[in-house]
Design a binder for this molecule. Structure first.
Ligand code: TYD
Length: 137
């Protein structure tokens, strides 16, 4: 499985840091309806542990280092988000786990839909059965 990495464009200002940006539907393959972020997590914390039926997302880490584990039901891969210019597209039916490699790392997410608890698959066996059923179609 090839993770979908995007390079987030950046403008560096000498001695003044850098500014990074992306535009929905231009730099991303979808329009954005929701942005959320996770912060204040200690090193070693693991979050996620679910997949989505429809949701598509861009994940990026503007500060710190977070390991993203992806599993499409057949293959697994890992992406280390340790650079503010690195973005990871996570499509639907992708089991994900996020592991904090550094205290206070920030995980930002741009999503193509509003929050919907019914869109989550939180049980791994149910996830495997669901993707196996989809692959039979
Ligand atoms: P969840 O997606 O389970 O995050 P994680 O997998 O990182 O633990 O969400 C955690 C809680 O936040 C859960 O109670 C649902 C709530 N939540 C919202 O209310 N709106 C949102 O947009 C998101 C992403 C979560």
């Amino acid at each position: 499985m090839n993770p979908q990495i995007i390079h987030i464009k950046s403008v560096a200002a000498e001695g003044m840091g850098a500014l990074s940006f992306f535009e929905a539907e231009r730099d991303l393959p979808f329009a954005i309806k929701r942005i959320y972020y996770i912060y204040g997590a200690p090193k070693g914390v693991q979050r996620g542990g679910h997949a989505h039926k429809a949701l598509r997302q861009l994940l990026w880490c503007p500060y710190g280092s977070i390991l993203i584990r992806l599993d499409d039901g057949k293959e697994k891969t890992e992406v280390l988000l340790d650079d503010p210019t690195k973005g990871l597209i996570v499509e639907h039916f992708m089991w994900r786990e996020m592991i904090w490699q550094q205290e206070n790392s920030v995980l930002c997410v741009a999503a193509d839909s509003y929050y919907d608890a019914a869109d989550y698959i939180r049980d791994y066996d149910t996830f495997l059965q669901t993707v196996a059923g989809r692959n039979e179609l």
